[in-house]
Design a protein around this ligand. Sequence first.
Ligand code: PRX
Length: 699
Amino acid sequence: MSEQKAVEADEVSEAQIAVHWKEEEFIYPSPRFVSQALMTDPGIYERFAIENFPECFKEYADLLSWYKYWHTTFDPSDAPCWKWFVGGRINACYNCVDRHLDQYKNKAAIIFVPEPEDEDHQILTFQELYVRVNEFAALLRDFAGLKAGDRVTLQMPMTPELPITMLACARLGVIHSEVFGGFSGRSCGERIADLGSRVLITIDGYYRSGSLLDHKKKADEAVAVAKDEGQVVDKVLVWRRHPGQYASQTPMVDGRDHFVNDLLADYAGKRVDPVPLPAEDPLFIMYTSGTTGRPKGCQHSIGGYLSYVAGTSKFVQDIHPTDVYWCLADIGWITGHSYIVYGPLVLAASSVMYEGVPTYPDAGRVWRIAERLDVNIFHTAPTTIRMLRKAGPDEPAKYNFHFKHMTTVGEPIEPEVWRWYYDVVGKGEAAIVDTFWQTENGGFLCSTLPALQPMKPGSTGPALPGIHPVIYDEDGNEIAPGANAAGNICIRAPWPGSFQTIWGDRARYVETYYAKYCQDKDSTDWRDWPYLTGDGAMEAEDGYFRILGRIDDVINVAGHRLGTKELESASLTVEEVAEAAVVPVADEIKGRVPDVYVSLKPGHDASDEIAAKVKAAIDDAIGKIARPKNVYIVPDMPKTRSGKIMRRVLAAISNTMEIGDLTTLANPDVVEEIRIVVQGVEKLATRKGPADIARFGDE
Ligand code: PRX
């Protein structure tokens, strides 16, 4: 590169990510879907226009039952810690359970599908859920001594005891904080310490890939770690996967550990009145990782959060009480809180929960469940869709199920994968919503309203009613729709589902999410506080957003910033490719260049031809600027338990850096296999490597 060019490249604004993909065609929802949809009135966008902020959100809050109506819809006096529905009194458990009893007591609330296929489903009707939640709430109050405002940490997998526990806490006003079951005991302990919980609720074991895992041992580690950090846990409440048996090897600690199923005998038939709580009290805390530093406890309110998940479940998920709705995700993730538990139940829907691995014991499992339960709304993440596509691209056609609606969430979905979801899983009949949002947001930010707008593969769609995104460059200039340039996507005005603060760290909340574009830190006018999502995005002329991924998932090649997702998407257009991951490699001349890792669909062997096809596909879709240094064909990707590809591990291998901690990997053995593909049998010396690469893809 000439010196002049290098100078020009330096002057390219940080937010100017070169985007090279072509816009996809619109696909329209079927008339059959539209004829039954809950929102067919385009006037909703006018009602939720920015001029009608904040009163428009009354429409969502009115989906709930209130003990006392609020006097102030929105209170900005403690900006940017916004308060919603101030003066209102409400109970989340009452809204999800009690209020449905008159009409729906005999209807399924939760349908639990165990992983072992020979174990019966458990169906909890709303009446049964009511009974179990009451009994456990009585135990929490009278045995554990918990009351409104106390915090409790849960580390529970996907069994019905998890929503029962959450709802029992909500009934009392106890703030629950669920830690994903697949996380280590150590990370659970750190979260206990951060939150100051003195009660931990867990289960002895659960099934993954055919084994009954010992889960209770994580509780022992968590308690020890919390103690080291100064927080004593005095009660560990242990549910049992199979009542009467004990799935763990660890001893029950005398005076500290208690079997819930045994204690419950004393609470049989007990009823606990739901506590009418201030709308702005916290409902739960959900931890999420930042690029740096310790996890952030996102605090969600009762009234605002529940209103927002009610509205979005109704109009985006389009859930009617008569639907069989299955969100194949983990409740230990915000998606599960909002769209397995609170959103569907607040609408009296039947929510399916599945315990285990989607491809266990074979690639047809998910579709067998869908057929057996006659699921008609399906919701999952691109990572699962890719996994299912890889394991059994033709499986869905073998089963008799028909989705009317499908959701994708959590990552950008490659148009190739989107099309498989639409054609093969949805059988060309289902409307798809690609929902963009974050742990911090409570509910969806962007998506098509499924009966009102066409779908565009790979684009999340326009902003939802009442959400007002804006894309800023690094200097805070707005990037216009259709400018074909990307920047930082921010949300101009608050919405009720947004988190209230980071637990115990208001300064970090302000710094991370609001400081970048705030003009006046003393202002109590919401217009001065755009919310920074931390994602790169671009807006097409038609108002559809395409999310490029985290701002730090971007590779700067000779001054051109390339979204890794763009390259991955291009690689996936190659027929043999099942999964693709792109990481930056340090390059003397260009700064960073991409390395591409791909795994292949069953029945294909690695070959130079396939690698050449991947390079050609990237050349073709993006241009030579994005040409990868290497294309590695690997047996599998290193993945977390939740299925996310750990790009950090691949980046370390590509750059012969220290690979670091592998404890969160589901398949640590594959790392050495990949290392050999890349570096050869002889182990190369590792080095520390540049900071941006070391941080790359951090979870
Ligand atoms: O980068 C965006 C990506 O996931 C991030 C949020 O992750 P998390 O807090 O774990 O919540 C995931 C479930 C809501 C975002 O910053 N992301 C989420 N949804 C999409 C997405 N990227 C592209 N398209 C989406 N639909």
